[in-house]
Write a new protein. Structure first.
Length: 464
């Protein structure tokens, strides 16, 4: 321990402490220090397994850190908190590493696999931990979270993001924290409308706000040039020298006050985008920073692609693959919210559909259904909803003020069907107070079959 005052970093102090103790203690020794929300092992003797990071309060080490009280474990098999490092360990001594104010900043842990008198070793460990805590504090405290650790933490947040907006926000926050630059924006392909700006963070800084304003004013062609440049030439970054003008593609960024920039392509060239990480100071990003931004961009795109795939799968699961209309699942959820006297259900059946299938085949029947679905959708008002709930059975759910209004809309649907060369029968019903949605739909069906019996191609309102 004579060398401890000579240690120039907290990690070095911990390594020297472990080395010195190992000369005298036939034990597995480790020092874990607080780093963000966990305990990171910064020094240890050889072992089959070392727990690199221990969550708060996990294991004996977490318990000691949380309580600030030493622990002597005579039999690790009897302690439910013990984290197994070696199969032959029998006893453990763990003491907190405290700063001069008495606050825990880590733990010193010793584990034995043979007979040992723990009392003297606990006293020794406490004295050593006290000196170690003082030296670590003098050196500025436990080591800061590395940029790689920050990226790993943010990668977990990206993976857990439930929406594209949350994902973009998490990616921007990660880019700023890991790069240490002050602003970040995402440009993503926007289909036929060209690239678009990703969602801003909850509270964008001044530079980020200026960048977003300049890019918005520059318009889609300028954004497209930035994305194209990144995908054509790869990752690019400045070295911060004054007097070197930016390339034309980055002129809007320079106008916003950007003097340092890392530009990383995101995703594939035909549907991805670019991550722009910037600062108004003249800095010199190192290659490690750029590599970390590449890793971040790759992780962000993987998570974004997964979210979009899940959204497509959900849409396919909730919509009819032939007509694209929502089907029975969403319909059941919608009619469960029906309002008595206001929500009208229009049960619709295609007249003579079976004859079309039998005479011309199912492909002709499918074309008929698709064309009819488009015609009925076009005849509905904004906010009205059309569902396909069976082979040639549709239901429209509309909000009205009077039953007569529902009948007029049903007649408009019948007229739209005639415009396709086919006819439909429509039954209309409005929920009664206390009536279940299923009962309302049954009354609409009964009204529909009354139309069928009277010659089809018509509308009937069910009795109130």
């Amino acid at each position: 321990m004579v060398r401890l005052p000579m240690a120039s970093t907290a990690v070095e102090a911990c390594q020297w402490t472990v080395t010195a103790l190992a000369r005298y203690a036939p034990a597995t020794i480790s020092v874990l220090l607080q780093v963000r929300d966990g305990l990171r092992c910064v020094a240890a003797t050889g072992a089959w397994q070392v727990f690199a990071t221990v969550p708060p309060k996990a294991g004996v080490v977490g318990r000691v850190y949380a309580s600030g009280e030493p622990a002597t474990v005579e039999d690790v098999a009897a302690d439910p908190d013990y984290l197994p490092v070696r199969p032959d360990v029998t006893a453990e001594v763990c003491v907190p590493v405290l700063d001069p104010a008495g606050r825990p900043i880590g733990v010193l842990d010793l584990q034995w696999s043979g007979p040992v008198e723990l009392g003297p070793w606990r006293e020794t460990a406490e004295r050593v931990a006290a000196r170690l805590g003082a030296r670590i504090t003098a050196l500025g405290g436990p080591p800061a979270e590395t940029r790689s650790e920050k990226l790993l933490r943010h990668a977990a947040a990206l993976t857990a993001a439930p929406t594209e907006w949350d994902l973009m926000t998490a990616a921007i926050c990660a880019a700023r924290e890991v790069s240490t630059l002050s602003a970040a924006v995402l440009l993503l392909a926007g289909g036929g409308t060209g690239p678009r700006l990703g969602a801003p963070t909850g509270a964008p800084g001044e530079l980020e706000s200026r960048i977003r304003a300049e890019l918005t004013e520059a318009g889609a062609p300028a954004l497209h040039r930035m994305v194209t440049r990144a995908h054509r030439h790869g990752v690019g970054y400045t070295l911060g020298e004054a007097g070197h003008p930016p390339t034309e593609e980055y002129r809007p960024l320079a106008d916003a006050g950007v003097r340092t920039l890392v530009a990383v392509p995101v995703g594939p060239p035909d549907g991805g985008g670019v991550l722009l990480v910037a600062d108004e100071r003249l800095l010199r990003p190192d290659p490690t920073t750029v590599n970390l931004m590449e890793l971040l961009a790759g992780q962000a795109w993987t998570c974004l692609d997964r979210l979009r795939t899940l959204a497509r799968l959900r849409e396919q699961a909730s919509s009819d693959p032939l007509t694209g209309l929502p089907h029975t699942g969403p319909f059941g959820q919608r009619i469960a919210r029906a309002t008595p006297g206001r929500t009208a259900l229009l049960a619709i059946d295609v007249d003579g559909f079976k004859a079309v299938n039998d005479t011309y085949g199912h492909q002709a029947g499918d074309r008929l259904l698709v064309g009819l679905a488009r015609a009925l959708e076009a005849a509905l008002r904004q906010g009205d909803e059309l569902y396909r709930i069976g082979g040639d059975e549709f239901v429209a759910v509309i909000e009205v003020n009077r039953p007569e209004e529902a009948v007029r809309i049903a007649e408009r649907l019948a007229e739209a069907a005639r415009g396709t060369g086919r006819t439909i029968s429509v039954g209309v019903a409005l929920p009664r107070p206390g009536e279940s949605p299923e009962q309302t739909l049954r009354r609409a069906d009964q009204a529909l079959y009354a139309v069928k019996r009277q010659g089809r191609d018509g509308v009937r309102l069910a009795a109130a």
